[in-house]
Design a protein around this ligand. Structure first.
Ligand SMILES: [Zn+2]
Ligand SMILES: [Zn+2]
Length: 412
């Protein structure tokens, strides 16, 4: 972002926070939270701030002109003190579901990454370590794509279902937000979880993602007459029941390519596709896992492991198990998009439209020079795709492109 564009976006963000029409909801127990800001100009994070009231926070926002605003999921006696002297009182349980971790058919089109150490680059999801040099720092170029955010929404629906039906939280204990970029946040705010330690929180994530499920039943007598072989089997309860549902859904719609992605090839793949109905009824429905010729224990292990591995990457374990975590504040702007983090009722998830509800800048237009951008929608309006174009755009679209590094503001 050049200096002129940075000035432009910084000014728009300050106007947003200074405007009397901007409604920023206060987090619960506001005086017990640590606040933090990322500053536009200095590119630094200011931490360990606290406020007595929402008014105090508004003043702080107008003064510091931040690109991003965070508060602790934790409650502290002294939010401004050093970490070890804060006096931890408890923390909300937070889940972060981001399209960055969900494989989609379009991420290879609009997402790219480049290793910060050796320059090796690729398309799609940014790897944890560089395949060339094992470096762990990357420049990622992603896009808040509607379809990718849609997959994050599906995963959020699954999470909410588990929190309500497996853990027994009521809808009033759950708060659901669009993050302002590429995903959703789910917060659980209730006494029963407030003082859970990091390990207990990690256990909850492991249950939700299906980490460590035992997929074997022991004691099966193999064709060689020996007992105790690795044989596939699922318990009836809890997370195992959900895995079985996922396996059913997977088989129902599986193509040869889908099966190939799960490592199922050759005869097993052909058998599943040819005898789909029997597979669904007998193998999955009656748990007679080896009742269709050509499909054995190894096939089921592969499918179950493939599906649980997909789940494991979806929720950011580090976020949920960190009891001091800073999370983006509701109602504030995301520095990578200029969209707001917004809350909505869990029951409205299916109909929630991020690209309408999260739009912050509803007035004015500005000239930009766009390098390249895929087609996107804000509210009723569709923009792009653009390649090396100079044009005038509504403020929200211009800010999004500039924040994503796809455009620069142009002097009139
Ligand atoms: Zn590298
Ligand atoms: Zn996409």
């Amino acid at each position: 972002m050049d200096a002129f564009s940075q000035d432009y976006v910084g000014r728009k963000f300050s106007e947003f926070y200074a405007s009397p029409s901007t409604k920023i909801p206060a987090p619960s127990a506001i005086s017990e939270r640590e606040f933090a800001f990322f500053l536009f100009k200095e590119r630094i994070m200011v931490r360990h701030r606290s406020v007595a009231s929402l008014n105090g926070l508004r003043n702080l926002l107008c003064e510091s002109k931040p690109s991003d605003v965070y508060h602790s999921c934790a409650y502290y006696e002294n939010p401004e003190a050093d970490m070890d002297k804060k006096g931890w009182l408890g923390a909300d349980l937070v889940f972060d579901i981001d399209a960055d971790h969900i494989p989609t058919s379009c991420d290879k089109v609009h997402d790219e990454w480049k290793c910060g150490k050796c320059g090796f680059s690729g398309k799609g999801i940014t790897p944890e370590v560089c395949p060339a040099c094992e470096g762990q720092k990357f420049d990622a170029r992603t896009w808040p794509c509607e379809r990718c955010i849609g997959s994050a929404k599906d995963e959020t629906a699954k999470l909410i279902d588990m929190l309500e039906n497996d853990f027994g939280f009521s809808e009033s204990e759950l708060r659901v937000f669009f993050s302002g970029h590429r995903g959703y946040h789910v917060h659980v705010e209730t006494d029963s979880i407030r003082t859970l330690d990091s390990l207990a929180r990690k256990d909850m994530v492991d249950y939700i993602t299906g980490l460590g499920l035992n997929l074997s039943r022991m004691g099966k007598v193999g064709s060689d007459g020996k007992a105790g072989q690795r044989a596939f089997g699922l318990h009836k309860l809890g997370r195992y029941g959900r895995l079985k549902q996922d396996m059913r859904k997977f088989i129902e719609t599986a193509t040869k390519d889908d099966l190939g992605n799960a490592g199922i090839k050759g005869g097993a793949s052909a058998a599943i596709l040819q005898y789909k109905q029997q597979v669904l009824e007998r193998c999955i429905g009656k748990e007679m896992w080896d009742s269709v010729r050509g499909i054995g224990d190894e096939t089921w292990f592969k499918i179950a492991e493939y599906l649980t591995n997909l789940e494991i990457s979806v929720i950011d374990t580090v976020v949920t198990s960190d009891i001091h975590r800073l999370i983006r504040m509701d109602g504030t702007l995301h520095g990578k998009t200029g969209l707001k983090k917004v809350e909505f009722p869990a029951a409205d998830l299916a109909d929630f439209d991020a690209f309408t509800e999260a739009v912050a800048f509803k007035e004015g237009k500005t000239k930009v020079s766009v390098s390249c951008a895929p087609q996107f929608r804000l509210g009723e309006n569709t923009f792009g795709p653009y390649t090396n174009e100079k044009l005038e755009l509504p403020t929200a679209a211009a800010v999004l492109l500039i924040c994503k590094g796809r455009a620069e503001a142009v002097k009139d």
